[in-house]
Design a protein around this ligand. Structure first.
Ligand code: GDP
Ligand code: MG
Length: 180
């Protein structure tokens, strides 16, 4: 057909150890391998959604370790991204606070396009219910108040939830492009 190829840059943000790499690798390979190391990398992945070819560029970022760095998101990252996945762990309250800060940062990034970039907030590690310290309601409310999508998933247990996150974000990116 005459449908053009769709491409989108997706940035994963969030504190360390919340499962950003696990989500990325799950989406790319459908597998959960357990340990991922500290790698900051951009991956390209082509997927077929409803008969249409979609190219994802996925930036699996590293949360800054340098205590002198006050900004946890770089200008470069914000300019690159068409959409953002903000990940926290449901059993790590401080990681939820990081997401709260980062969503604020992105939404107030001035007049840059990323200020309106679609965001999906992800509460990961849903399999660790017994260690939960962030309720589903808190996650959902934060997302609602900042006009973000929201999912609770387990990258360790299922591929399906991860797929919903990436495909859901692509839908939001397409909508935002249609509007602009
Ligand atoms: P990142 O630092 O945000 O990239 O986090 P990683 O993807 O490296 O994951 C950090 C740790 O959490 C690793 O030991 C993973 O195996 C583990 N992990 C990631 N996702 C899940 C999950 O959904 N459930 C559980 N139980 N562990 C997870
Ligand atoms: Mg990682």
């Amino acid at each position: 057909g005459n449908q053009h190829k769709v491409e989108a840059n997706i940035l994963l943000l969030g504190a360390e150890n919340v499962g950003k790499s696990a989500l990325t690798v799950r989406f790319l390979t459908r597998r959960f391998i357990g340990e991922y190391g500290d790698i900051d990398s951009i991956y390209s992945h082509t997927d077929n959604i409803n008969g249409r070819e979609i190219s994802f560029n996925i930036w699996d970022s590293l949360y800054p370790q340098d205590s002198e760095t006050t900004e946890t998101i770089s200008e470069k990252q914000l300019q690159w991204a068409d959409g953002v996945i903000l990940v926290y762990s449901i059993c790590d309250r401080s990681s939820f606070e990081v997401v709260r800060q980062q969503v604020q940062l992105i939404r107030h990034a001035g007049k840059k396009t990323s200020a309106i970039a679609p965001i999906i907030i992800v509460g990961n590690k849903r399999d660790l219910q017994h260690r939960r310290t962030v309720s589903s309601e808190e996650g959902r409310l934060l997302a609602l108040s900042k006009d973000c999508g929201f999912f609770e998933i387990s990258a360790a247990e299922t591929y399906h939830g991860v797929l919903l996150v990436f495909h859901g974000l692509m839908e939001l990116i397409k909508e935002s492009r249609a509007l602009s």
